[in-house]
Design a protein around this ligand. Structure first.
Ligand SMILES: [Zn+2]
Length: 325
């Protein structure tokens, strides 16, 4: 029986994607044929966990140089067969492999214009990276970075196509760590602390469907909590430098009135606890109590500072600068 387990991703002790990890070992379960990927005219059978997939050697080889090499070596060495087809065991999660095989055979399955569950995106990234299915990997990564981008313009044009659930950004961070998707991490960490705050980061989030508590890895909990503080502190020198210095704007219609307005905005943001607002756009409500001259000048300062903050975003979370990622 041929068995290929090379390049297993780090930190994954066993294939658990799509399962809750409490399943009995695959060896104890009678293998079953996949209900979604089983082509009668297929020329090779793959098994992941206890699921078998009947597919075509040529389709795998055309899409993946790793599969191409693996299958050629297997054929040359006279591997085992099942139902007259060469048979290969892969050390991947069945759900991960199924997602990639379905995406290879049916373009509609992973239509990147449509809403896709995070689990499908994660499965496709995991397996397409391992087997170097470049076109699929690129599509899935673009899908993820549309929501967790590496540019400020991308952040402002984010596309929310993956349905959110409790602990969603925790899972995005864990996947980015697992697959070394460095450019996803700054936006994912920022979104995490913007959404949850320190208490949820430390205590975790309970999934109402399963009752399980989701948490970041211990190191990433620390990164997130310290990152939140860093983001607030750095925002005072960048995005909100205008609130820290409260400048007198040339031509201001009423410097006392506008100074009071800035102090009120500042209090609302930082009292009683500082809010993580470093990437906020200029808020319409700030226009209500500032004069026109101040609005124009301070808005410009705000956006200049916000762009500077974006450059510092990776540093908030102990990550390398954008240019080194
Ligand atoms: Zn003014």
């Amino acid at each position: 029986m041929a068995s290929y387990g090379h390049k297993r991703p780090p930190k994954r002790k066993k294939p658990t994607s799509g399962t809750d990890g409490d399943q009995p070992p695959a060896a104890d379960i009678e293998p079953k044929n996949s209900s979604t990927v089983w082509y009668k005219d297929g020329s090779i059978i793959l098994q992941a966990e206890s699921t078998r997939f009947r597919v075509h050697h040529t389709v795998l080889a055309q899409n993946s140089p790793i599969f191409e090499d693996m299958l050629n070596i297997g054929e040359a060495s006279g591997e085992d067969t099942v139902d007259g087809c060469p048979f290969v065991i892969l050390h991947d999660a069945a759900a991960d492999l199924e997602a990639v095989l379905r995406a290879l055979y049916d373009r509609r399955y992973f239509d990147t214009h449509e809403e896709q569950p995070f689990g499908t995106v994660a499965s496709i990234l995991r397996v397409s990276k391992k087997y170097e299915i470049q076109h699929l990997y690129d599509r899935a990564l673009e899908y993820l970075t549309d929501q967790f981008p590496s540019t400020l313009a991308g952040w402002d044009a984010r596309l929310y196509r993956m349905p959110r659930y409790e602990g969603f950004t925790f899972d995005v961070i864990a996947l980015a760590r697992e697959l070394d998707l460095a450019r996803v991490l700054p936006a994912a960490f920022y979104r995490c602390v913007e959404l949850y705050g320190a208490a949820f980061v430390l205590e975790g989030l309970r999934d109402p469907a399963t009752g399980r508590v989701k948490r970041l890895a211990p190191h990433d909990q620390k990164v997130a909590v310290l990152g939140m503080q860093n983001a607030v502190t750095r925002s005072l020198e960048t995005t909100f430098a205008w609130l820290k210095t409260r400048p007198e704007v040339d031509g201001c219609e009423d410097i006392y009135e506008c100074d009071d307005a800035m102090r009120d905005i500042s209090d609302a943001l930082w009292m009683p606890f500082p809010r993580c607002a470093a990437l906020w756009k200029w808020q319409g409500e700030w226009n209500k109590s500032l004069c026109k001259k101040c609005i124009a000048a301070l808005k410009e300062m705000h956006y200049e500072g916000r762009a500077k903050f974006w450059e510092q975003l990776p540093a908030c979370f102990d990550l390398p600068p954008w240019k080194d990622q």
